[in-house]
Design a protein around this ligand. Sequence first.
Ligand code: SF4
Length: 332
Amino acid sequence: MSRVFSGIQPTGEPHIGNYFGAMQNYVKLGREYGKQSLYCVVDLHALTNPAAFDPALLAQRTLDMAVANFAVGLDPSQVIFFVQSHVPEHQELSWVFTTITPVGDLERMTQYKDKSGQLESVPAGLLMYPVLMAADILLYRADTVPVGEDQTQHIELTREIARKFNHSFGETFPEPRAVYNKQALRIPGVDGQGKMSKSKGETSTLGLFEPMDSIWAKLRVAPTDPARVRRTDPGNPDVCLIFDYHKLFSDLDTIQMVDVECRRAGIGCVDCKKAVMTGITAHLTPIQARGEELRDDLDSVRDALAQGAREARAIAAPVMEEVRTKVGFLKL
Ligand code: SF4
């Protein structure tokens, strides 16, 4: 049976881009793969980004990410959901992998080049990020990795590391394949400035747990088809981000109505935005209510994470033991 692994950055509260891009997919894969699906809040990775890392917030953000994923329907009793730093084998395997990974390969990673270019002093951990990611995946012999397309290079490197290890020490790891959720690329920011992204600030994002009045305040001023200057001008929903949101949140009748009425100026943009707000409210209200419940009972969230770490370690420990034997560490 194949096994799924995905790492989740502890970036605090996610937005609807994260929800449709990744979290919904986790829920779907979780139902399909059950305990063969592992989801890991990658707090060790968070340390490699000095711009976003804040030790006072890391633990809270880690918990927030667990709450968010449980609130959208990921059931920790059905999957394995845990925190990376709670399973020390990630770091141990990562170290072994650093010894077989050429620095040149790491320096060629596009994400490394982008991030290091913005820093005066580049931490070695930033360079090693993809090695740790390879350890995250291979520690569980996962062969299926749901990621965004920006992670393609890292998955390729993971495959390369698996091949190299297998070649040097004997067949141990499968070569994982990336599975992409293309929808992630198509969710525009509410400011109309390209993809929804936290790095662009709050004006770009609609938070999964954002109050409805705050979401409406952003939608109200969101750009629409620029060619539609007057209410009587026909519009083109295909170039309008509000229509993209309809496709995510509205029922089929509403989507078809907007598609027709926008083109013949039968609906105004304010009414169109109100219609999408109805869909957003219907969609997010139960998620937000579940989030509230979980936040009121954080002990149960912590218990679920502790159980997840035990289950993850039950898989990781024998794999790491096999690696120790294969690389020749002394056993006492
Ligand atoms: S009617 Fe709706 S889809 Fe058409 S331009 Fe206005 S907001 Fe966009």
